[in-house]
Write a protein that binds this ligand. Structure first.
Ligand SMILES: [Zn+2]
Ligand SMILES: [Zn+2]
Length: 253
């Protein structure tokens, strides 16, 4: 099993996951041509994707979704809530799932969606099991729930939101209303919340930890790194920070 970020942050998110003989894309938050360019940097052609899984309908997760899905006739999986907002565009091969315990099987990849507190209609994140390994993702979550902790415990790889530093958010350029949204229960995880989650999910098992969805205005890679390492020094050798403008290499579990 391996995974890679094609870019992460408030201007676009997309993640590749490969195991069990298939390759899927989670979110398609870049314009179609840009997504294709980033895929090509990893030697991946869009028509080799078995599916696109969608976490929620915010633009930074679905910007290129309809165009890519139509161009390559790719199956798209999303919750009824996400689809019902009408922002996904026309999708030729739509699959609806519910995010409360229903598993999705694609090739040899077993996918467990789980709900997260975020200000979208039916937002979820995913855990993947395949090739004897486990990879979990958590971004766009305003807080940590016991169910999230339980679902992400014991992963070999983890992509974890470190959206903002609370001090930088408070002193930063966002107007008060937006600050309240981002920092609220249905907004985004700050560095301390991410570190607290990390402590609770057996970080010593991780082969790769990818800090993701960092705000370019309200966070800095060093701050995210510092917070995660102070909570779990054991991840020092396996911590990568995703960026908005670049991809990560394949991270092998
Ligand atoms: Zn987002
Ligand atoms: Zn969002």
């Amino acid at each position: 099993m391996r995974f890679a970020s094609l870019g992460s942050g408030s201007r676009g998110n997309a993640t590749l996951v490969e195991a069990g003989g298939v390759r899927v894309l989670v979110d398609s938050g870049f314009p179609a041509r840009e997504l294709e360019r980033r895929l090509a940097l990893l030697g991946v052609a869009a028509d080799s994707l078995a599916a696109i899984l969608v976490t929620h309908e915010h633009a930074d997760h679905i910007r290129g979704l309809g165009a890519v899905a139509r161009r390559y006739r790719l199956p798209v999986w999303c919750t009824a809530g996400t689809y019902s907002r009408g922002r996904c565009g026309e999708l030729p091969r739509l699959h609806i799932f519910n995010s409360h315990g229903e598993r999705i099987g694609i090739g040899g990849l077993n996918i467990l969606p789980f709900p997260v507190p975020h200000d979208a209609r039916e937002p979820c994140q995913f855990r993947f099991d395949g090739d004897g390994k486990r990879f979990g993702m958590l971004t766009d979550s305003g807080c940590i729930t016991p169910h999230i902790v339980e679902t992400l415990r014991g992963c070999d790889g983890l992509l974890l939101e470190c959206n903002h530093d609370t001090g930088m958010l408070r002193e930063g350029p966002y107007p008060p209303r937006l600050q309240a949204r981002v920092g609220g229960q249905f907004g985004h995880l700050n560095n301390v919340q991410a570190a607290q989650l990390l402590e609770q999910v057996q970080p010593e098992r991780l082969r790769h930890l990818l800090a993701a969805h960092l705000s370019e205005k309200n966070n800095a890679p060093e701050l995210a790194r510092e917070a995660l390492l102070s909570a779990a020094p054991v991840v020092e050798g396996c911590l990568t920070v995703a960026s908005q403008d670049g991809i990560t290499p394949w991270l092998e579990l």
